[in-house]
Write a protein that binds this ligand. Structure first.
Ligand SMILES: *[C@@H]1O[C@H](CO)[C@@H](O)[C@H](O)[C@H]1NC(C)=O
Ligand SMILES: *[C@@H]1O[C@H](CO)[C@@H](O)[C@H](O)[C@H]1NC(C)=O
Ligand SMILES: *[C@@H]1O[C@H](CO)[C@@H](O)[C@H](O)[C@H]1NC(C)=O
Ligand SMILES: *[C@@H]1O[C@H](CO)[C@@H](O)[C@H](O)[C@H]1NC(C)=O
Length: 354
């Protein structure tokens, strides 16, 4: 019930926002729209600096017979995704050309958004890490977004190596540790297995299904989301303290976003390239500052204001009902017809705004 209400509000919000034109984004919105409708090739949807990122293991440094990857550097972390997408491409080519239906796209596309909106930068401002004025490719260990993303980059990557998809030995890759909180992360296949066995198992399971080639996209999405949720569970436990570095608006958005992702799992949101790209246009294009109150943020589009409003609304309902709304949602999404309906509504919203 609660979620029906919230999604109804999303749709009503979307439609009224753009029809009534209550938001003043006359210059930004048409530009985004033109960009998407004029998109001539699939590579327009690639995350920033995709082309510049390493695409093969041999692009990384080798030390003591191991590839050493600095995942605290945007290009090197993005490179792990690029290799992953490349090595899994053959399993998804039967669904669409150009790897477009590879459901792993969700991870790098979202990471790209984190980068260009400044969310990987040091939120404490004590260092220039990730900032325009400093080393803008640096990923800060103090960034809440970067820490969450670690479990959605390092883990799927190492589990892919472990599952044999990447064509190299499990002992051959190691990640560099960050400057602090080293105990919260893991750095190679064996240490990730011992520190976070459940999540590694789930990612491994996903790759086994990818490799078996007998599952359809919907089944694969089920395993992908199970692994995704399992990674996020670890992050939820470890990085609550990062929220204090942000404005109240940004911290609230972080809480809402993390929760929203949990809500996207039961309907198995299809994280393919184009859909992720279109969906992401609804996300804030910069960090939120105090005073940014959706739906009245002037430099955001109607889509962005509405999404922000809806995400906060879902969190409030979730908190108000003491997570009952999530239980209801999960139960509802077990019904195939309901799940299909929800995905169609979501698709409608994306098309409406793109
Ligand atoms: C809306 O944006 C236009 C063009 O950018 C500007 O000229 C106008 O003053 C803005 N109106 C309001 C109410 O902010
Ligand atoms: C990877 O592992 C194999 C043995 O499993 C080893 O021969 C090789 O030198 C290692 N290092 C690299 C960079 O391939
Ligand atoms: C994967 O990477 C290799 C080496 O860069 C390239 O030759 C190949 O075309 C890529 N495959 C796909 C499907 O992108
Ligand atoms: C993996 O990392 C752990 C500590 O993080 C280390 O003790 C172990 O030797 C590493 N294993 C390999 C195979 O590199």
């Amino acid at each position: 019930m609660a979620l029906h209400l919230s999604w109804t509000s999303v749709i009503v919000g979307c439609i009224s926002a753009s029809l009534a034109g209550i938001f003043n984004n006359s210059d930004l919105y048409p530009r985004l729209w033109k960009e998407s409708s004029g998109a001539s090739s699939i590579s327009d949807a690639y995350p920033p600096l995709w082309k510049e990122s390493p695409g093969e293991f041999s692009d990384y440094k080798v030390e003591n017979g191991k590839y050493v990857i600095n995942v605290w550097h945007y290009l090197e972390r993005m490179g792990t995704y690029k290799i992953l997408l490349n090595k899994t491409a053959k399993y998804f080519e039967k669904f669409a050309p150009e790897n477009e239906q590879n459901i792993l796209w969700g991870l790098p596309v979202h990471h790209g958004w984190q980068y260009y909106t400044g969310r990987l930068a040091d939120p404490t401002q004590r260092t220039g890490c990730g900032h325009e004025s400093g080393d803008h490719l640096c990923i800060s260990v103090d960034s809440w977004w970067a820490d969450f993303n670690y479990y959605l980059s390092a883990m799927p990557f190492l589990a892919a190596i472990d599952s044999g998809i990447m064509g190299i030995s499990s002992d051959n890759v190691t990640f560099l540790p960050p400057s602090k909180d080293q105990m919260s992360f893991c750095y190679n296949v064996s240490s990730c297995h011992s520190s976070f066995p459940e999540a590694m198992k789930k990612w491994n399971e996903f790759y086994q299904h990818v490799k078996s080639c007998s599952d359809n996209l919907d089944d694969l999405l089920k395993y992908l989301w199970a692994a995704h949720v399992s990674s996020l569970k670890i992050a939820h436990k470890n990085f609550h303290d990062r929220l204090k570095y942000y404005s109240k608006q940004e911290a609230d958005f972080e809480r809402s976003w993390a929760l929203f992702v949990d809500y996207l799992a039961p309907p198995r949101f299809p994280t393919t390239l184009t859909r992720m790209y279109e969906f992401q246009k609804g996300l804030p294009t910069r960090m939120l500052a105090s005073g940014d109150i959706a739906p009245f943020i002037k430099d955001f589009t109607g889509f962005q204001n509405t999404v922000l409003l809806a995400l906060n609304f879902i969190r409030k309902v979730h908190e108000y009902t003491g997570t009952l709304s999530f239980t209801v949602w999960k139960t509802l999404m077990k019904v195939k017809v309901a799940r299909k309906l929800f995905l169609e509504i979501l698709e409608f919203i994306l098309h409406f705004f793109n």
